[in-house]
Design a protein around this ligand. Sequence first.
Ligand code: COS
Length: 386
Amino acid sequence: MAFDQEVRDALIEQVRRFVTEVCVPAEADVAENDEVPQSIVDEMKALGLFGIAVPEEYGGLQLDMETECLVALELGQTSPAFRSVAGTNIGIGSQALVLFGTEEQKQRWLPGVASGDLIASFALTEPEAGSDAAGLKTKAIRDGDHYVLNGTKRFITNANKADIFTVMARTNPDDPGAKGVSAFVVERNTPGLSVGVPEKKMGQQGAHICDVIFEDARVPAANMIGKEGEGFKVAMSVLDKGRLHISAVATGVSKRLIREMVNYALERKQFGKPIMEHQLIQAMIADSQAETYAAECMILDAARRRDAGEDVTLLASSTKLFATEACGRVADRAVQVFGGAGYVTDYGIERFYRDVRIFRLYEGTSQIQQIIIARELARAAKAGKL
Ligand code: COS
């Protein structure tokens, strides 16, 4: 939906206030307890955050991509664990249904996804299929009007809370590549589906990832999303959008860290003056600002082009590569500007340093983004469109 400017500004302002007044004061507790309190989850529901990417007819806000990115740029300005609570409902957990689901599937699941009463997860990665997603081994073998699923999914965000999973599984065991894969909605209460314990992680405490195990789990054939053999394309289309969203979250964190650096540098004195007046500190802050501004421009341009109907595979990968790598550099400089305090937990900077490391890994590593960029350029050149 193309929001009018006033409604859009009001929404962004609401999210900004939620982040500064509710999330930021709770950051240390969330990290300590490895849990986002239910009261904060309820506030996210009341704000409509779970449904920002769900069409209005199913109870969502149906933001266009540009506005979704503006929201993510705000949500990014606190511990990424908060965003993660609604992140899979906004992005990879719901978008296969939004983009490729049947009317019946949408009516059944999307209203719950939009309200946050149903948590949606995306189950693509496996123990032996990470970057090589098309090599996934989980099988879905047709048996009457069901498919029988067997296999293990790994590092699945929000799996411990999920009510539905978008699962990519191999429906054609004779085809070991992308064309043998189909996508399904699998409900949590399906017999044969179990979820492992949350992994201990480097950062983003409060956001959880677990294994999802299928042992003869019978899934109705009517739960297939898209056509048989098109599950890989479904997953890739979902990731094109997800990569823009993650870029905006990462860039939100960069903006927060620039604020932290500047405020600290104005207060902290060394050699008789605030460190903000030392040129080597200025250089670190200036480089962070320039890179973050560039990332923001890339995000908004790619989002507008997606809204205009352009294929943004190349732009989404370019943006994710740049924005998440830039965020890593900004977090590293933030520790450096804070000096010893940057290494001490109470200042919160070392937590961001750990939290942002995953941005360069999930929804496609930086190396996968480089491969996609190179392939897309070669394709365009061969088609005479470069
Ligand atoms: N949108 C739609 N379709 C796409 C697509 C996209 N962005 N990218 C690929 N496809 C299609 C291709 O067009 C191809 O179909 P055709 O054979 O009909 O042309 C099919 O999917 C297979 O694509 P490709 O040959 O490029 O697959 P590969 O296995 O060589 O590589 C990469 C695909 C490496 C790009 C993919 O596996 C990938 O993105 N890996 C990272 C996975 C990831 O992000 N994991 C994170 C998990 S979620 S947190």
